[in-house]
Design a protein around this ligand. Structure first.
Ligand code: FEO
Length: 412
């Protein structure tokens, strides 16, 4: 039936896919597109869960009309008021003037700020612990502030174990007909975009995500229905564990991300030498990124993934190369912590960048250790530098071993 999919029982996905948008939030590249998810429940009462971005509003409204088959729309539950989900609220209210809108108090405040015209008699304000029945289905509401805005609600259907998780457990990437996590190779095709989505959108708010995960752990969840990406109906623990790690700022992998800023290739060559030295020593969980050609959202995603980050930068205007500075600023903005950092610096006449990066990290990033074995290049890598690169590779390998041993001890 058009692009509608049944989720379970009397619950349907009625959202849309967007391949035209180049930048999500006008900042994050989404080459695989994005989906805006909405759901419709046909109980004794009819209920729409959230709205969509205006770009897919026409199909969303058609889906509602098709599924209702002439029935009135009784309720619209609004979990989150960011415009990628709430753009069609006014249109739904115009088409179904008797619909009641269920949301948090702050959700209604934002609707008012946007200029939506929800009459007082249409509003149902809910808060943490409230329940609401639509017939066979009863929703329990869970407040989820800052996951990703302050007004966010999640709701749990106590009859079938469906969690409407708002932005949480979402992902970049259009779903294009597939709906469930078991219809894709998630690890291969989706995990990177799910991590890039989480870390850049919600990464700053790890403690708030931890609060929600604690609440969720008390619920018998069978389905997770997020506002973007795939619906989860099995192996939920896999994805919940990823969220647990990301929100605790624990690395997923003991491995190394080398991010380099290079004007003419010399710093790049030093970065590549380190990657080679690490691989020679058996550490092949190594990725290398040119900060000038890699979107910062990808750098942040890999910063959350790996335990060790190497920053290799040329000195620029006696400071940190601007694109590298942006990356380090973003690490701070997104609350990156609990990592080991190593530094490679380069400068032809006044090599200041290593000290400046170390100072910035010490002053602004929590629980980040900077290894002492810094490599200093004066223009181009020479024989002495190669020895320093080898020493740095040894120091990184030792550090990874120590972290592994501590972890194993803690788990034993
Ligand atoms: Fe997908 Fe916070 O909106």
């Amino acid at each position: 039936m058009y692009t509608v999919r049944k989720v379970v029982d009397d619950l349907y996905w009625i959202g849309g896919n967007d391949h035209r948008l180049a930048l999500f939030e006008n900042i994050f590249p989404i080459p695989r597109g994005v989906s805006y998810n909405s759901y419709l429940l046909l109980d004794e009462k009819t209920v729409v869960f959230d709205s969509v971005d205006w770009s897919v509003a026409r199909e969303y409204l058609r889906h509602i009309e098709l599924l209702l088959e002439g029935r009135p729309l009784d309720y619209m539950v609004i979990h989150h008021m960011e415009p990628d989900h709430c753009a069609a609220i006014d249109e739904v209210c115009l088409r179904y003037p008797n619909v009641k809108v269920i949301s948090s108090e702050q959700g209604f405040q934002i609707m008012n700020q946007i200029g939506y015209h929800i009459k007082d008699e249409q509003k149902v304000i809910v808060k943490e612990g409230d329940t609401f029945s639509f017939g066979k289905h009863t929703l329990a509401f869970v407040e989820a502030p800052m996951v990703h805005w302050p007004e966010v609600l999640m709701s749990f259907d106590t009859s079938n174990g469906v969690l409407f998780s708002a932005d949480a457990f979402g992902s970049f990437g259009a779903i294009d007909g597939k709906l469930f996590n078991d219809e894709v190779n998630f690890d291969r095709d989706w995990l990177d975009d799910a991590r890039r989505y989480y870390t850049n959108i919600v990464g700053k708010y790890g403690p708030f995500v931890q609060d929600v995960l604690k609440k969720a752990s008390t619920l018998p969840i069978k389905y997770i229905c997020p506002l973007h990406g795939l619906v989860w109906r099995n192996n939920l623990a896999y994805f919940i564990e990823k969220y647990d790690k990301w929100s605790k700022y624990e690395p997923e992998e003991e491995g190394v991300m080398i991010a380099y800023a290079s004007m003419y290739g010399n710093t790049e060559y030093a970065a590549q030498s380190l990657a080679t030295a690490l691989c020679e020593r058996g550490m092949t969980e190594v990725v290398v990124h040119d900060v000038s050609n890699t979107d910062v959202s990808q750098l942040i995603s890999d910063t959350f993934k790996y335990s060790h980050i190497v920053l290799a930068s040329v000195t620029y205007n006696l400071g940190i190369y601007p694109v590298m500075k942006d990356f380090i600023n973003d690490m701070q903005a997104l609350n990156v912590q609990n990592r080991t950092v190593a530094l490679i610096e380069n400068g032809t006449w006044a090599c200041t960048v290593g000290d400046l990066m170390e100072e910035y990290i010490d002053e602004n990033l929590k629980l980040v250790d900077v290894l002492n074995d810094r490599v200093t290049v004066n223009t181009a890598l020479n024989d002495a530098n190669v020895k320093d690169v080898d020493a740095l590779a040894d120091a990184i390998i030792d550090s990874i071993k120590i972290i592994k041993e501590v972890k194993e001890k803690a788990n034993s």
